[in-house]
Design a protein around this ligand. Structure first.
Ligand code: SAM
Length: 235
């Protein structure tokens, strides 16, 4: 069993501003651990992106426990500026070389896609280059008015069906994934995971499966995994 990244550097006061890893985060870690051989031997990632990295626990786990490759680059984004600092600290604290990590405060991937000359100089080319894409989005059903903050509320406020942030992100997935790329998504029942899977197939030709499910309190959590039709995971 792979160890959870050490988060001892983050304090209670950090967790007032940044999402503290919870059952949803740990279920995503479990899915990545279960896919370790597939990720290492078949996907062999050169570029991994996590949107909404929060504390950085997911990227730190992927980089320093699952993949452990000096050749892989990691890009994380978060709308919350405190999450950017926490992600950098968590990755560094767990031994990821800073030359492998770029953390950007932005809405989803705003400013990072499109022509090479419009992206920041230190940002890798993204279109069709992303081998592992991760998003544990704000998925809780809330009034739409609660969506769009840059504070801790952004960690959970998902608006209608808990999908307002996610539905803006889904059209980017087919633009980002490499030929053998894989996208992991956390969802709960009110997000209608079966509908997300059908939508990704019909609109973008991406094949999705539920790879892990767990009940945590009143939440029925799922991890959905998507690949291109031509690269359906065979692990
Ligand atoms: C449920 S938390 C997940 C945090 C971390 N990935 C984990 O699994 O523990 C969702 C994260 O998404 C971020 N977020 C919310 N809306 C966002 C947006 N529009 N663009 C980028 N990040 C966003 C939040 O600030 C928060 O850090």
């Amino acid at each position: 069993m792979l160890s959870t990244p050490d988060l001892g550097h983050l304090t209670t006061s950090d967790y007032r501003r940044v999402y503290e890893p919870a059952e949803d985060s740990f279920l995503l870690l479990d899915a990545l651990e279960a896919d370790q051989v597939y990720l290492r031997d078949q996907v062999r990632p050169r570029l991994c992106i996590e949107v909404g990295s929060g504390s950085g626990v997911i990227t730190a786990f992927l980089a320093t426990r699952v993949l452990q490759s000096h050749k892989t680059q990691y890009l994380t984004t978060d709308i919350n500026p405190h999450a950017i600092l926490a992600t950098r600290q968590t990755c560094s604290h767990n031994g990821l070389d800073s030359s492998q990590l770029t953390c950007v405060q932005t809405d989803l991937l705003d400013g990072l896609l499109g022509p090479r000359d419009s992206a920041p100089a230190n940002c890798p080319q993204l279109d069709g280059q992303v081998d592992v894409l991760l998003f544990n989005p704000p998925y809780v059903v809330t009034p739409s008015s609660e969506v769009g903050s840059q504070g801790i509320e952004a960690a959970w406020a998902g608006g209608i069906d808990g999908r307002e942030v996610l539905d803006r992100f889904l059209p980017l997935v087919p633009l980002l994934l490499s030929a053998h790329g894989v996208f992991y998504l956390v969802a709960i029942e009110p997000n209608r995971p079966a509908d997300i899977i059908q939508h990704m197939d019909q609109c973008y030709g991406l094949i999705g499966h539920t790879v892990l499910k767990r009940k945590a309190g009143c939440e029925h959590l799922s991890i959905l995994r998507f690949t291109r039709r031509s690269a359906v995971a065979t692990e």
